[in-house]
Design a binder for this molecule. Structure first.
Ligand SMILES: [Zn+2]
Length: 243
């Protein structure tokens, strides 16, 4: 028996399946990651080909069978196709990176409604470029890290657990966390505090306007290395090197 499922989804990836069909990886609101087959999806006259396109926010109906790894798509309607993201390589890089992060690091069929809503929200923010793209991407990375259970501690010292003071300038401890001033003095670490301030503002949802790309680059690198420390199979995000 197969069940008829209707849910919202974001298209994360698609690959050719046969001469005429496609397999599409969806992150769905009610069923988490799901792979669906689009019969005839490679044919020019396929009514789904343009709707079920990378990054698109869609409404889908598919037939779900527990015994099957790939479900069968029955219908798809477009909610948003993010034309600005797709026409601007600066934005597209981050759009692809976000999809890659979700596709490669979640378990199939594990429902995460908060992450789904966060994904839809970040794509809309990128589409409207409501902040600098690298800042938006950093916000999503930090959000993702929290949602999968590895929230970054920016409140207290990694080594001695002392709470950071208001004017303290904590320094990064590898990619695991931050050290208070006395612990960092002990270890002879000298650095500026821009990385901590950047991550702190992300976490507190403060507005950020960067004049130097290096700060967001350092922030993204820190968060990616932090993820590598926590997720055994995480090897980084290839899409960030695309353009
Ligand atoms: Zn300390």
């Amino acid at each position: 028996m197969s069940e008829i499922i209707r849910t919202e989804a974001i298209v994360l990836n698609k690959i050719n399946f046969s001469e005429s069909s496609l397999v599409v990886y969806l992150f769905t609101k009610h069923y988490g990651l799901v792979s669906v087959l689009i019969k005839g999806g490679r044919r020019a006259k396929s009514k789904f080909a343009s709707i079920v396109d990378l990054l698109n926010h869609i409404q889908v109906i598919f037939y779900k069978k527990e015994t099957r790894d790939i479900q069968i798509l029955s219908s798809a309607d477009l909610i948003s196709h993010f034309p600005n993201i797709k026409s601007d390589l600066r934005l597209l890089k981050y759009g692809y990176a976000i999809c890659e992060l979700i596709k490669n690091n979640l378990i199939e069929n594990e429902i995460n409604d908060i992450l789904f809503r966060g994904l839809v929200k970040i794509l809309n923010l990128l589409e409207n470029e409501s902040e600098q793209p690298a800042v938006l991407f950093s916000r999503f990375l930090l959000f993702f890290i929290k949602e999968i259970g590895y929230d970054l501690n920016l409140e207290s010292c990694y080594k001695c657990s002392k709470k950071f003071g208001q004017n303290e300038k904590p320094l990064p401890f590898f990619h695991d966390g931050f050290l208070c001033e006395s612990c960092s003095l002990e270890r002879g670490i000298k650095n500026n505090s821009e990385l901590f301030n950047f991550l702190f503002c992300l976490k507190k949802r403060k507005n950020i306007t960067l004049t130097d790309d290096k700060i967001s680059e350092d922030g993204i690198n820190f968060l990616i290395n932090y993820l590598k420390n926590h997720l055994e199979n995480f090897r980084g995000i290839n899409s960030l090197n695309l353009f």
